[in-house]
Design a protein. Structure first.
Length: 659
């Protein structure tokens, strides 16, 4: 073990020991291929033209002999190495120094061999300089630069010495120090040797001005965006998906707001067909929005949007697109006052509704649980039905309303599933689910199809109800069979809270309770919000002709907030009222699936309706046979599946706050 350790330390010192001493290694007198002998010709004092078959030779096929300044070499990281350690095919001092084809120095191969030797000797320390060299070597060999050049396949796109002067290379170890900052300023010119056009564009940008003119080392340079060693093609999906995160490393607030809208959500789900930072701000010609030459300047913003929304692949962007802000912040009143007001309203609405009904549910659970502890048995009613010995039922929902309710629930669940995946695109479960659902574009189509189904169900229900009511000339619009709120609902709510605290009896509900009416009319509010904002988002090119861009920002916000409110309310409050309070145990309640309600349940949950029907002599005529055993089993299975689905959606939506 000690021998291996000494061996590893020796190798490490040979590789990076140049930082310890700027002294050239020299061979002994018996070694003809020493550094001193090589530098007699390569010290830069003389110029020799030699034949060269590499791309560096240019059209002439000749190049000047490589000049190695001894002082610069002595300060580099390779100062302790012998020339022949890298030029290992050289056999004699007289040119040509080797027989056969010219050698190709492979720095990466040397580093890999050294890395293996050090790993075998167990001398590589995590976060050490050598560990960094090893990692960079591996990344380079996988990078775009290491691939064979298309014009000359015998050579890679870029070799190490084209970026790092092999003989003088000495990157400062301490990051953010004066030497490191000075070194960063040289990177654009270095990359520009091969990427002239990119350098020209970069030099005119705000990033380039910061580096090249103002010597601001904190300004972004080539390696910040393209990485130093893992460089890949900008046309590849992996680069496009990472580009926004790369920009966000310096612009975290912009990245955060970008992620809150559709473009950023799709990107985080792993799809690259939506706009990234460079699509709007360009890649190398990045300029501030106030600059008239900038692609995001107000005068040019619509033209920039029309690069993607071109009228062919997507509907043509209209005037409203120019004032839409992909970085709008609801907490920034000065720049986005409309968004600020709407966000406060939606926040107040959500917390007021959920706070009231959460308190309502907690108190109800406690009070009902205490009563069940005192009187757990509900005595059966003594009501007979010809042909049915026991347990007669009353029909509460017809087949029409049950089927409509089922389709309504399924459409809502599809909408919430797809919408929740977009809203929570940053969570680990969202990208796999998005791919399972067919990708972002198919999810969008599925979302719109479910929305169309939901709107159709709602409108059909509305027309059916209105024409049914209008045919009933004597219908009491504020009577016990009406879903319109009336004075009794407010009194029942007051008496319910008295009952919670033991200050009065439980109120006798009629056919519809005040919380059932709230559920019903909440759908009207939700449909108004969803349809209004959804139409703006589904047809932005139409809305943009008549509305300012801030309407898009508001539509996105209210669409998501209303979805959050609907998810939490449906799968907590609504589920509690109908399935999870003690009187309903074990869940699920299946009256919506069978359409029937036992007389015992009718007397318990709707005593005012029971007494009204019995006093009028109408109860006997409304009795029906109870559901069959198969119907009960199927209803319980369907109810259980919907409960599990709803609670899963609640978990997925809520995971953004605790994951």
């Amino acid at each position: 073990m000690l021998v291996s350790l000494i061996r590893g330390v020796t190798l490490f010192c040979l590789f990076v020991g140049g930082s310890m001493s700027p002294v050239l290694a020299e061979g002994g007198a018996e070694d003809a291929l020493c550094n001193t002998a090589c530098l007699k010709c390569h010290d830069g004092s003389k110029k020799y033209e030699i034949l060269d078959a590499s791309p560096n030779a240019g059209e002439t096929g000749k190049r000047f002999l490589t000049a190695i300044t001894p002082e610069l070499y002595g300060r580099g990281v390779h100062a302790r190495l012998l020339c022949k350690d890298c030029h290992d095919k050289i056999r004699n001092l007289n040119p040509p120094h080797q027989s056969g084809a010219a050698e190709k120095i492979d720095c990466a191969a040397c580093h890999v061999r050294l890395a293996k030797a050090m790993q075998e000797a167990e001398t590589v320390v995590a976060s050490s300089r050598m560990e960094t060299v090893i990692r960079h070597t591996i990344n380079y060999r996988r990078s775009f630069h290491a691939r064979p050049n298309k014009d000359n396949p015998d050579f890679p796109n870029a070799v190490c010495h084209e970026c790092h002067d092999t003989h003088f290379f000495n990157v400062p170890v301490e990051k953010h120090g004066p030497d490191y900052d000075k070194w960063r300023l040289t990177i654009p010119e270095l990359c520009g040797k091969c990427h002239e056009e990119a350098l020209e564009d970069y030099a005119a940008s705000s990033h380039g001005v910061g580096i090249l003119e103002k010597s601001n080392s904190k300004s972004a340079n080539c390696s910040d965006c393209h990485t130093t060693y893992s460089t890949t093609g900008a046309h590849l999906a992996v680069f496009k998906l990472m580009s926004s995160e790369t920009c966000g490393a310096c612009h975290p607030k912009s990245l955060d707001t970008y992620r809150q809208f559709y473009h950023g959500q799709v990107t985080r789900l792993g799809f690259h067909h939506t706009a990234k930072c460079y699509d709007c701000h360009e890649s190398h010609k990045v300029l501030p929005a106030k600059d008239p030459k900038s692609t995001v300047h107000p005068d040019k913003r619509l033209r920039t949007c029309q690069k993607c929304h071109d009228g062919q692949h997507r509907p043509l962007a209209t005037a409203g697109f120019a004032s839409f802000s992909p970085h709008a912040n609801e907490n920034d009143y000065d720049h986005y006052p409309q968004l600020w007001y709407v966000s406060r309203f939606m926040r107040g609405l959500m917390w007021s509704v959920l706070s009231f009904f959460t308190l309502h549910s907690v108190l109800w659970y406690y009070r009902e649980w205490r009563e069940r502890q005192q009187s757990p048995v509900v005595l059966p009613l003594n009501v007979s039905l010809p042909g049915v010995a026991t347990n007669p039922h009353v029909q509460r929902f017809s087949l029409f309303w049950r089927v409509l309710h089922l389709f309504f629930v399924l459409a809502v669940m599809v909408l919430l599933l797809t919408g929740t995946t977009f809203l929570n695109a940053h969570l680990a479960w969202a990208p796999p689910l998005a791919h399972l659902l067919g990708g972002a574009e198919r999810m969008g189509l599925l979302h719109r199809a479910a929305a169309l189904c939901l709107v159709g169900i709602f409108l059909f229900h509305l027309v059916f109800v209105l024409q049914s009511l209008l045919r009933k000339r004597n219908f009491a619009w504020f009577g016990p069979d009406s879903l319109l709120p009336n004075k009794k609902d407010f009194l029942d709510c007051r008496d319910m809270f008295k009952w919670f605290f033991g200050r009065g009896p439980r109120p006798g509900f009629d056919r519809w309770t005040y919380f059932e009416k709230f559920d019903y009319w909440a759908v009207f509010w939700g449909m108004t919000i969803f349809v209004g904002s959804g139409l703006v988002l589904a047809f932005p090119h139409v809305a943009g002709r008549y509305l300012d861009g801030w309407v898009f920002n508001v539509a996105i916000l209210v669409h998501g907030r209303e979805a959050l409110l609907a998810t939490v309310f449906l799968f907590t409050i609504h589920f509690f009222n109908n399935h999870f309070r003690p009187a309903k145990f074990p869940p699920p309640d299946i009256s919506m699936f069978t359409g029937n309600l036992s007389l015992a349940e009718l007397r318990r949950d709707h005593p005012a309706q029971f007494e009204r029907l019995q006093s009028r002599g109408e109860l006997q005529s409304l009795l029906v046979r109870g559901p069959s055993r198969g119907m009960l089993l199927g209803a319980r299975l369907l109810g259980a599946l919907l409960l599990v689905g709803g609670l899963t959606l609640l978990f997925l939506m809520g995971s953004r706050y605790f994951w």
